[in-house]
Design a protein around this ligand. Structure first.
Ligand SMILES: C[S@@+](CC[C@H](N)C(=O)[O-])C[C@H]1O[C@@H](n2cnc3c(N)ncnc32)[C@H](O)[C@@H]1O
Length: 227
């Protein structure tokens, strides 16, 4: 389980990685900007009957919940969302609850997720809504991802900062991200670190620097080209 300390009573910081789970400016707005807009999801959801999002670093579940919130507002009611994530150090339920309580609009969805918040080494597998499935693999993504064939439409790359959590951005793992993405699929991440950009290019993505969230000047987004 992850050991948390709180900044200003609301921002969770991992003691192990000495890094926050999301922006102190507004985690929810950061999710919307970096991952949802960064992957151009609202426009793409219009045209999808089935959409798979994969994520490195489930954390508090904020990215998942904000995605569900926007999906339910924007996608066709018959469309299906498959959300797959990887988490090596799950948060305690009370820490996830405290973190998510910053966003009252997400309260009903957060309560629903927290009802299933039982980590037993195998992760979470939840029919979150009739058309939304959540699977979180518990353990090091470096172990779990090579065994998958996800064919993801979009990736949220959300490890702690590459300087503090390099094992979630290494060349082999990013290669696995590329292999688990369909041609034309995309990724987005809040970082613009040079070695992350190079690893993503080597993994088959055309990478762009785009404006980051809040005080971050740049972030990375990209699309997987045909091989
Ligand atoms: C920045 S936080 C993710 C925030 C999250 N997406 C959210 O919505 O709250 C990074 C997450 O990556 C997880 N992590 C770090 N190293 C990992 C690894 N090797 N495999 C899987 N998860 C890892 C951490 O435990 C943490 O939960």
């Amino acid at each position: 389980m992850s050991d948390i300390e709180w900044r200003d009573g609301t921002l969770p910081i991992s003691k192990h990685f000495d890094d926050p789970y999301y922006s102190k400016e507004d985690g929810r707005a950061e999710t919307a900007h970096v991952f949802i807009t960064g992957n151009n999801l609202p426009q793409r959801w219009n045209k999808s009957e089935h959409f798979t999002i994969a994520e490195l670093g489930f954390g508090t579940g904020l990215n998942f919940l904000e995605t569900v919130y926007q999906w339910q507002a924007l996608a066709d009611v018959t469309a299906r969302l498959n959300f797959i994530s990887f988490e090596a150090f799950p948060l305690k339920a009370e820490d996830a609850r405290t973190a998510l309580s910053s966003w009252p609009e997400l309260e009903i969805l957060a309560d629903c997720l927290l009802d299933f918040w039982h980590w037993d080494g195998t992760g979470l597998q939840i029919d979150f809504a009739p058309n939304i499935h959540l699977r979180v693999f518990e353990g090091d993504a470096n172990q779990a991802l090579p065994a998958q064939n996800l064919n993801a439409d979009a990736w949220y790359l959300d490890g702690f900062s590459p300087a503090k959590n390099p094992e979630l951005w290494n060349e082999n793992l990013i290669h696995e991200v590329g292999r688990n993405t369909r041609t034309g699929g995309t990724f987005a991440t809040y970082t613009s670190a040079g070695f992350v950009r190079r690893n993503l290019q080597a993994a088959g993505f055309e990478v762009s620097k785009v404006p980051g969230f809040g005080r971050k000047r740049e972030m990375l987004a990209g699309i997987k080209h045909a091989t």
